[in-house]
Design a protein. Sequence first.
Length: 163
Amino acid sequence: MAEPKRERANKKKRILFFVTIISMILIGMGSFQFIGCSKSSSKTETKKTEEKTEGKTEEGGGEVGEIVTINELVVNPKNTRGTRFFVASIGIMCGTKPQADEVKKKEPLIRDRLILFFSLQTLEVLSDISRREQIKAYVKAIIDREITTGPVKEVLFSRYIVQ
């Protein structure tokens, strides 16, 4: 008699778990739409950014290369059991046009590596502002490891949200 009750309780817990996950996904999607994060507008912004920065010089006198953007990395941080999420958009400042082309070509691989990196970080690490530069350094190292045209100039966070 106790076994059927346990099975029913476990089934109810599983259903509740799946309903919670689906609700979180829908809330996340709705908030992205509310903020205005459509892919078409972000691609347009990326092209505008690339056009504006290509060939200009920095204040220090060096030339600003092309900026390639990896938009909307969404992960659940470590130990949050899917109840919290982290969103980032990353700008990669490349030194040369061939380097920017390689980064664009390898974007799915770089995106995968970055999703793995961010999902292994705890909520405390991701939300600690004092660690932001350290996280940028890790992200830069991940990107540099995947491309063959030399290290990228800089990594920029155009969106960094811990929810």
